[in-house]
Design a protein around this ligand. Structure first.
Ligand SMILES: *Cc1c(COP(=O)(O)O)cnc(C)c1O
Length: 454
């Protein structure tokens, strides 16, 4: 093992293919169902929302899919991202474990999300689409799509959850700098937005509401506007596998293989991105890697949710997906990790969870900020509150290694930096951070609300 700390692949070693886990899964991903008749929705029905290129990827059984040259070119803005050995963190923890993290915060918008935004913009552009509409919570996804829109000359419209719109004005300016149009959600521009605004409690908005607004705009556009989703879907997880593929290549060079792979989990895309390239070996029995999905105790979809068909949005506009869900009516408390406030989970991650291939861990907000501050003071990077969950889980494993003396190789994904989240840090330092715990009785309500299919 060298003393090197930062492992940076050259541009020419950006992965040339995405890895599709679908053919390697223990069983097929359950299809999306129509809430009307409970039957699988034909692929063509989604054409009002997504271009065919992405829909084909959504159901593809091909193990690898070539990354188009145009996408690779834009990836070269920031890929390959560095793999970093967190030696300073290891030292203060006094752990015999080796901790590596993939630094996705170096993307221009500050998170892993451009990995799929760039690909999605490309396939839309290729099929003649001129405008994309989407939602954003904390602003990471909207920024990523805005950046991608600038590169592929697409108009980007973003519905931003109003609570974030008001809390994070600079995210909005960032999106506008890239040329996107941003409006707070719920808005009066859509039927669903107007309906939601009738109830004052909906005024701050939620991701589920913003998704419904964006979907409504695309679905009623007569085919001129398409919709883009930043997480959850199979093709999104596949685009994110560049994270794990790069990490695997570097570790292989070092003669290492991770014993533990960790990522935070909101909709499942950065978790899938780092985990999938190592997951095949686990499914086939070749390796016994531990996979940890780290989520907030305030919104513990994988840890406490029900594995069932549910709506992905509050307005019930999109078909049903089988996933771990806290119920489509659940509005998660406003923890600072906005990207982790989603009631559901990716169908692929849900399937893996149901088979016991991953371990979900729900953390208190306080523990994640403690980890974030320790990380900032050792490794120098101020993490996004979302990524702080992965750091906290990695620290838990590293501390355990100190007790047992195990020299485990820990790999976690640093999904983003927290430069737009200073207000959250301010509240933490002022001791004003509230600690939310998911109220267990909510799950009974969610169970009653589940659509009766599947
Ligand atoms: C959006 C986001 C997440 C959560 O989304 P996933 O699809 O679960 O990865 C996590 N971290 C950051 C920095 C994000 O922007």
């Amino acid at each position: 093992m060298t003393d090197d700390r930062i492992f940076q692949l050259p541009t020419r070693e950006i992965p040339k293919k995405w890895l599709n886990i679908q053919p390697s899964l223990p069983e097929p991903v359950p299809p999306m169902l129509s809430p009307a008749d409970g039957k699988p929705v034909p692929l063509e029905a989604f054409l009002t929302l997504f271009p065919m290129g992405l829909l084909e990827q959504e159901v593809s059984q091909q193990r690898e899919i070539s990354i188009p040259d145009e996408v690779l070119k834009v990836y070269s803005l920031f890929r390959p991202t560095p793999l970093i050995r967190a030696k300073f963190l290891e030292e203060v923890l006094g752990t015999p474990a080796m901790i590596f993290f993939k630094n996705e915060s170096v993307a221009p918008t500050g998170s892993h999300k451009p990995n799929t935004a760039i690909a999605q913009a490309y396939y839309n552009k290729k099929e003649g689409v001129k405008k994309l509409v989407t939602e954003t919570g904390a602003g990471q996804w909207g920024s990523a799509l805005a950046l991608a829109g600038a590169h592929f000359d697409l108009d980007i419209n973003v519905f931003m959850v109003r609570a974030s719109y008001e809390q994070k004005p600079y995210r909005k300016i960032m999106m506008e700098t890239y040329g996107a149009k941003v409006q707070p959600s719920p808005s009066k521009d859509t039927q669903i937005g107007k309906k939601m605004l009738e109830d004052k409690r909906n005024y701050p908005g939620s991701l589920g509401i913003a998704i419904s607004e964006a979907v409504e705009v695309a679905a009623t556009s007569g085919g001129t506007v398409k919709y883009a989703l930043g997480s959850v879907l199979n093709h999104v997880l596949m685009h994110q596998t560049v994270i794990g593929l790069e990490a695997r290549a570097v570790l292989e060079d070092l003669g290492l293989y991770p014993d533990v792979v960790i990522a935070c989990h909101g909709g499942g895309s950065n978790f899938g991105g780092i985990a999938i390239p190592f997951m095949e070996d686990k499914i086939s029995g070749k390796r016994n890697t531990e996979f940890v999905a780290s989520e907030p105790l305030a919104c513990p979809s994988l840890s406490k949710g029900i594995y069932a068909y549910d709506f992905g949005d509050s307005g019930k506009l999109i078909p049903l997906a089988k996933m771990y869900t806290l119920g489509h009516g659940f509005i998660p408390p406003s923890v600072h990790a906005g990207g982790l406030r989603y009631h559901g989970a990716a169908p692929i991650v849900s399937l893996l969870n149901s088979k016991g291939l991953i371990r979900a861990e729900a953390l208190r907000q306080k523990e994640t900020f403690e980890a974030a501050v320790l990380f900032a003071r050792t490794e120098g990077i101020i993490p996004a509150p979302e990524s702080a969950h992965a750091i906290a889980s990695a620290i838990r494993v590293a501390k355990k290694c100190k007790e047992t003396g195990e020299k485990k190789v820990i790999l976690f994904n640093l999904s983003g930096h927290g430069h737009f989240d200073m207000q959250a840090y301010e509240q933490y330092f002022a001791g004003k951070l509230e600690d939310y715990e998911y109220p267990e009785k909510e799950i009974l309500k969610a169970e009653k609300d589940l659509p009766k299919v599947g």
